[in-house]
Design a protein around this ligand. Structure first.
Ligand SMILES: *Cc1c(COP(=O)(O)O)cnc(C)c1O
Length: 464
């Protein structure tokens, strides 16, 4: 690989006077309109001077440094990085959808409103709730919307003392953050050794000040919370409402419904489960659903009606799968995760055994004597052409390595991944130094991530 074209900045390719464009004055007999002098730059912009082909090659080579779902297996836990069928992108990009404007006359908006209504109905059917708002722009935004709904409900009954939200210690960080933004007080509920909510600890924290209990199911360890009916009864009996963090609804799709389990309010991440790629701050949507009787407390949280293109993709995804196929999503995602877990648990430490849902957590390699850490395993995976799993999250274990294969991967892909994970465990014994210094095949080797976080070099002049 030619390093000059591959790793360098576009500025380093610059040659004074070289041009990648031509602006002819004479267009076959017509004289080009000159830009009036007052509007022209006084000083040249400091831009790299390159020929067009070098620019094209530079950016093409840079793009090859990316790793996405279209490049290979991406077993990142906690975030459902699953394949989103491209046809749904095409549908959302149809000119009649893409060119709609939120302020166009009502009579031209009817088909758009119909799409919103249909998606609302579909989400109600999938979750067992009565009404959805599609307005929130992210999961965290949905949490805030849901908690505001709950607060509105309590206030409507003059029950203003309910200011506490019970949140399990394994919850996603957005849960306590949203509660705090909503002006509510966070009360942490402990987890048992198997990762599920400690019901006895919960009981000790119930009171007439509890506004809601927020639960994530499957929880952050990928475990189904078996005690939900008991928990829901306890919280309801003391006057609180049940909130379901449905960011990771993937394993539940078409199989079980939060509304049937006793939840009152929930959010869904359309950008995790319903065919919108996410990451890098891309477009999101966190619709909030409520049970009958709470509709009137849903607040207005955004201008217009949410992220329309994401909603179209979600509807296209659900309608193209149909009821039969959507009921396969959860079981397949669960099967794939359990298959990987059981194929590797002789070599990797499995702190919580038993059936997982869509994801599970290893606590590093079983053989700790090699000194090879979860970080080393993750880096070595890059050499084999895989994206690393989520590492050092959740915080409940020292060497967390969290794997979520999703429903879309073939058995061959999963078997290859298992073989590589086994090979790395073997390398950790025979050549630990090689694993500890990985990656060896990527354009940039092991970076000092502490230094990178504490002293980031972000400007070109400091670049060495
Ligand atoms: C991703 C996630 C969230 C937050 O969703 P955002 O769209 O990133 O705000 C909340 N809870 C859980 C369990 C999640 O996985």
């Amino acid at each position: 690989m030619n390093n000059r074209l591959y790793g360098n900045l576009i500025f380093e390719l610059s040659c004074p006077g070289r041009k990648g464009y031509s602006l002819p004055k004479n267009h076959f007999g017509h004289t080009a309109d000159e830009i009036p002098a007052v509007m022209r730059r006084q000083k040249d912009a400091e831009l790299p001077e390159c020929d067009e082909l070098s620019v094209v090659r530079h950016y093409t080579n840079l793009s090859h440094n990316n790793f996405g779902l279209f490049d290979g297996f991406y077993p990142l836990g906690s975030c459902t990085m699953k394949y989103n069928p491209v046809i749904n992108e095409d549908i959302a990009a149809l000119p009649s959808f893409a060119n709609t404007h939120p302020l166009q006359p009502e009579k031209y908006c009817q088909p758009i409103l119909k799409i919103h209504k249909l998606l609302d109905e579909v989400l109600c059917q999938l979750t067992g709730l009565a009404k959805f708002t599609l307005a929130p722009f992210a999961g965290a935004h949905g949490e805030l919307t849901g908690l505001m709904t709950i607060r509105g409900y309590h206030e409507s009954r003059g029950d203003n003392a309910r200011t506490k939200v019970l949140i399990p210690d394994s919850a996603h960080g957005t849960n306590p953050a949203s509660a705090a933004v909503c002006g509510l007080e966070v009360v942490e509920v402990k987890s048992l050794a198997d990762g599920t909510v400690d019901v006895d600890d919960l009981k000790s924290k119930l009171s007439s000040e509890v506004a809601a209990m927020m639960m994530t199911n499957p929880n952050t360890l990928g475990i189904f919370e078996k005690n939900i009916p008991e928990i829901a009864k306890l919280v309801h009996d003391c006057g609180g409402l049940m909130y379901y963090d449905g960011a990771n609804l993937n394993p539940m799709l078409g199989v079980s419904r939060p509304g049937d389990m006793g939840f009152d309010v929930m959010h869904i991440n359309l950008h995790k489960t319903f065919s919108t790629p996410h990451g890098g701050g891309g477009p999101g949507s966190g619709p909030v659903g409520v049970r009958a009787g709470l509709e009137e407390f849903i607040p207005t949280v955004s201008a217009f009606r949410g992220n329309y293109a994401v909603c179209i993709k979600a509807l296209a995804y659900v309608l193209s799968l149909g009821k039969e196929n959507i009921a396969m999503v959860g079981p397949l995602a669960t099967l794939n995760a359990n298959y990987i877990k059981d194929s590797l648990k002789d070599l990797y430490e499995l702190p919580i055994d038993g059936r997982c849902m869509h994801e599970f957590v290893f606590d590093g390699l079983k053989d700790k004597s090699t000194g090879v850490t979860t970080m080393d395993v993750a880096k070595r995976l890059l050499d084999y052409g895989y994206h690393a799993p989520t590492i050092y999250f959740p915080l409940l274990f020292h060497e967390s390595l969290m794997i979520e294969p999703t429903e879309n991967e073939s058995k061959e892909t999963i078997d290859s991944f298992i073989a590589v994970m086994r090979a790395i465990a073997e390398e950790a014994k025979t050549d630990p130094e090689m694993v500890k210094t990985a990656p060896h095949k990527t354009p940039i080797g092991r970076v000092d991530d502490v230094l990178a976080a504490k002293h980031p070099v972000l400007t070109y002049s400091n670049f060495e």
